[in-house]
Design a protein around this ligand. Sequence first.
Ligand SMILES: [Cu+2]
Length: 610
Amino acid sequence: MAAKTHVFHYNATYVDANPDGTFQRRMIGINNEWPVPTIRVRKNDRVQIHFTNGLGDRNTSLHFHGLFMKGNNAMDGPEMVTQCPIPPGFTFTYDFIVADQAGTYWYHSHSGSQYADGLRGLFIIEDDLPFEFDEEVILSMADYYHLESPEIMKKFKSRYNPTGAEPIPQNSLLNDTKNLTWSVQQDTTYLVRLVNMGLFASQYLYIEDHKFTIVEIDGILVKPVEVDSLYIAVAQRYSILVHTKKANKNFRLVNIIDETMLDVLPQDLQVISTNWVQYNKNGELPAPLENGAGSFEKLVESLNPYDDFKLQPLDKVALLEEPDYQISLDFTMDNLGDGVNYAFFNNITYTPPKVPTLMTVLSSGEHASEAVIYGSNTNTFVLGHNEVVEIVINNMDPGKHPFHLHGHAFQVIYRSPEGDDEENPIVYDPSNPKHHEFPEYPMIRDTIEVNANGFIIIRFKSDNPGVWFFHCHVDWHLEQGLAITLVEAPKEILKQNISQNHFDACIQGKVPFEGNAAANNVEWFDLNGENRQFVPLPEGFTTKGYFALLVCTIVAVYGVFTIYKYGIEDVNSESNEATMTKLYQILHKYNALDSEQEEAFLRSENASQI
Ligand SMILES: [Cu+2]
């Protein structure tokens, strides 16, 4: 069949919606509709999306998750990585050919945590499949927040949230609604495309009394495996074959938020969501499962989701040979001097450059291979062409994290179990022979979850020149800086084209499109003025801290003494009050001092009085 060109005119607009039936809010839709459309094309087709930012008050962008964009890096979408943000009123054209890929993909905004507001949908690439089925169905799951993401962000990345506790979703949706009923025919084979379009929570999914067969993960066909439940991290996809029974009753279809990822568990949050597979329209729907205390543990214990690490690509792709280049990343979370909790790879929290990194490559010419020009806080690694690249992630954090690489599907060659705790994470040890035991035909996918306090090793071939983002797909963590940038085969990137439309977006949004990370296109190694992460919090106690501790101690001792004194005799309350007032005045005055005044004060009469 001849390849087709699909032309779409998409206008991002606000739409009021109430997907969970409890709270009407503003979502980001397309052409005044939400949920946004599913894009469906065939392999080798061309896609042209004239995408207008009709939001009026914020920038936007689109990323096509899992698409390789070979030779066409500029169409990948993440803002400040491959393009300038699309400013309000601007029309940006995404124009690409879906090359040698097929399966279940999705597209979403790659501007901050914006896809939480609904700008995300499926992107399905059809192809002749090596198995039979009668009908195709989509089941998308997503966690769902009642507030808009910029509002959530303000509270999340704040000194008043020093532990970096992630925002807790208010609900979870299946096909962008609650209590979904999926009507089925008896004795029929359905190809079900599953995607977790959520921002944070992984989910379990099962159908009561039904088994199903995994046939695809993240666009990669796999050796079929029969299972009875799945575990899907955000951004991951599965295709499963469900063969319906010769039944006349209805069954529960259950999706469950992985409760262990949530720092707190609000009473009214439905972790367990019941939907139905309906064989009989007149039949009863089994009652929804309960959500009380302990019900999550009990239910999950009864499930036995298949370990995706064991899935093998259908066309057996052998383990890539020993790497030419290894990137080792230690992932931690900590606070910086502004009191905000950040995420770090090797002590660097990703801080966007002033020029989109692809544009730095394209304007740098001979300097393109020098990692330094891409900035001090972008965590940029320059890769050679057609090399085997290995990335090791040591997760020193007690949470699970789904990592996604743009531009590639990678082999997952090692995944350690969960470590005991933060003090004793399981980290990659090159001298441990066990850490070199890899599968013959490793799982291939584009998003992989690393276990809490554990590590993973992935490999891929650097055969797709471009600037590719590698980041945690929990977008709250991406916003905390959990990302690196790969500049893959820069000399080859220089041969790629970029449209005038790209530069026009930059001009309208007043974003520089030439020069190094600091937008300096004269002195390429001078990064003065680049965006930098905050300085670390000071080690131990500052003088101010010691003083505050001293005053607190005195006040406490005085308090205890007062209680004692009141207990045994009458007191002159006026003199007590006067002393307390004096202490508070000193403390108040002290807190307003800068460091020089502080030192002077400590030597002063007031201090010695205490
Ligand atoms: Cu994460």
